[in-house]
Design a protein around this ligand. Structure first.
Ligand SMILES: Nc1ncnc2c1ncn2[C@@H]1O[C@H](COP(=O)(O)OP(=O)(O)O)[C@@H](O)[C@H]1O
Ligand SMILES: Cc1ncc(COP(=O)(O)O)c(N)n1
Length: 496
């Protein structure tokens, strides 16, 4: 077992090619990626094949394979090696020498000899060399015919016969085996890990059910790559075997959906990932922020153009209209505080819970301040919520009632964001004689600016990790609130 398992192991496949993508290094790279590793590949042989069979094999000069292997090992720290098709005795020897030189921490040997189609992928005179390579592997993954060649005995015809033969092979080569039941008939399809533990050979069986399919091209390649990758991650062979088999069966089940070829089709290496993770990309929080800001640009421009905002800046705003606005604001803040308290109660972390709770408290504090300075509490009894105030609050309370925290963070955001933005501009109009100086200066509040930054951060981070549908709902809620902000600023001169 390795001292330190790697989160994304760097796994090198040494194997032949399959231009139709289902077996060989093409399958290995997909399998390594699907099982959580970084895949690399050195080509032993180029095989003109498809799902129906092998047409011809071209073996490049052996020194060139060694160059490929050295190019990788001179540069990359290799966490695991998976060996597949080796074609000739010279290649087996060259790979063995490289293994002895580089000594990679994990070696999985799939002793590829015959393709699913029945075509030979290893010269018969290379079998002795392959037997000599087996002891260098941490795990050998023969199918039943390959096990027989390692055992130099007839092929097993029953599962118990295969396991008995695997015990002999494990003892003889001093290596660990994963023997596969794919070539036996029947509904069950077990695999077994056979290894020497404290001098005795132990067998761990992984039962399985045969999937009714012809999509079995590359199952051996894919399984051995999955094993190398998962063992490099966990350092546990039994766990790697169980997980790899589960992954492979799921991939076999979805193979036919790919509609690749008319023979033995490939497995769908990423079926599980596609189903559970999807292929949608996700934006960074910064991109969400700039996208949202642009999405409400028209509303922001309209707010800047409002007579109320302009007159407030110039100081020409009618005082009654201003006090009416503040009274509406006080009414608004009372329920806005409740909505922020709801965000606090829905928050996934203690920090966010505290942030929204503080926001709720501050909203009430501002409301009380409004009474002290501008709107006597007695006046409040005469004020009824305007249509704009009612509509804005109904929107926020509805989002709050629906209970999706992420959408709620987007809905409450404009009250921070637009307010801080409008305020920053209004503040510049303040001067000692300005009738609303106190009010304009209150916008300079640094803690409100900091709270606005944090609210933007919480909402955009939530959006960045949400699925597309939720992200869109967040943007819609934000825009709806922005429109309510506009109506709220327009109301003092329109509704009153
Ligand atoms: N039809 C199937 N249903 C479920 N699992 C299968 C099926 N065919 C192969 N497998 C699994 O794929 C792996 C490789 O199987 P096998 O056919 O024995 O090896 P190879 O591909 O090397 O000939 C094994 O784990 C086996 O259990
Ligand atoms: C290059 C290459 N390597 C191996 C196999 C065996 O495939 P399977 O995994 O179906 O036994 C193959 N068809 N081609």
């Amino acid at each position: 077992m390795r001292d330190e398992a790697r989160p994304v192991p760097r796994v090198l496949s040494i194997a032949g090619t399959d231009p139709s993508g289902g077996a060989g290094i093409q399958a290995d790279l997909k399998s390594i990626a699907a099982n959580g590793g970084y895949g690399m590949a050195a080509v032993t042989a180029l095989v003109a094949q498809n799902t129906r069979g092998v047409r011809s094999v071209h073996v490049p000069p052996v020194p060139f394979l060694v160059e490929q292997l050295d190019a990788v090992s001179d540069d990359v720290e290799i966490d695991a090696v998976k060996i597949g098709m080796l074609a000739t005795a010279d290649i087996v020897r060259a790979v063995r020498e490289w293994l002895e030189r580089v000594n990679p921490p994990v070696v999985v040997l799939d002793p590829v000899m015959v393709a699913t189609s029945g075509d030979r992928l290893l010269d018969p005179d290379a079998e002795d060399e392959l037997r000599a390579l087996a002891p260098l592997a941490d795990l050998v993954t023969p199918n039943i015919p390959e096990l027989a060649i390692l055992a130099e005995a007839p092929a097993a015809t029953t599962w118990s016969g295969a396991v008995t033969q695997a015990r002999e092979v494990a003892a003889r080569y001093g290596t660990r085996l994963l023997v596969k039941g794919g070539h036996l008939a029947g509904a069950s399809l077990p695999d077994a890990l056979v290894e020497a533990v404290d001098g005795t050979i132990e067998v761990t069986e992984f039962p399985g059910i045969r999937v009714e399919t012809t999509n079995t091209h590359g199952t051996g390649c894919s399984l051995s790559s999955a094993l190398a990758t998962r063992f490099a991650r966990s350092g546990d062979w039994a766990r790697a075997a169980a997980e790899s088999k589960e992954w492979l069966v799921e991939s076999i089940r979805h193979g036919a959906e790919l509609a690749v070829g008319a023979g033995h089709g490939p497995v769908s290496h990423f079926a599980g990932l596609w189903e559970r993770g999807g292929i949608a990309t996700r934006p960074e929080p910064e991109a969400v922020e700039s996208g949202w800001w642009a999405h409400i640009e028209d509303i922001r421009a309209d707010i800047d153009e409002l007579a109320f905002v302009r007159q407030l800046a110039e100081g020409t705003l009618d005082r009654t209209a201003f006090v009416w606005y503040l009274a509406q604001d006080a009414l608004y803040l009372r329920d806005y505080a409740r909505v922020l308290a709801r965000a606090s109660s829905l928050a996934p972390t203690a920090e966010e819970q505290a942030f929204w709770a503080a926001g709720a408290r501050d909203a009430i504090a501002v409301e009380l301040q409004l009474h002290e300075r501008w709107v006597p509490s007695a006046t409040m009894d005469d004020i009824t919520p305007s249509a704009a105030t009612t509509a804005y609050l109904n929107h926020l309370l509805a989002v709050s009632a629906r209970g999706d925290y992420r959408i709620l963070t987007a809905a409450v955001l404009p009250c921070y964001w637009i307010y801080a933005d409008v305020g920053a501009r209004l503040r510049q109009f303040s001067h000692p004689e300005h009738p609303y100086r106190d009010w304009l200066d209150s916008y300079a509040d640094e803690s409100f600016a900091a709270a606005t930054r944090r609210a933007i951060q919480i909402a955009t981070r939530a959006a960045a990790t949400a699925e597309e549908r939720t992200r869109r709902a967040m943007r819609d809620a934000l825009r709806a609130s922005a429109a309510h902000e506009h109506a709220f600023f327009a109301a003092p001169l329109a509704e009153r």
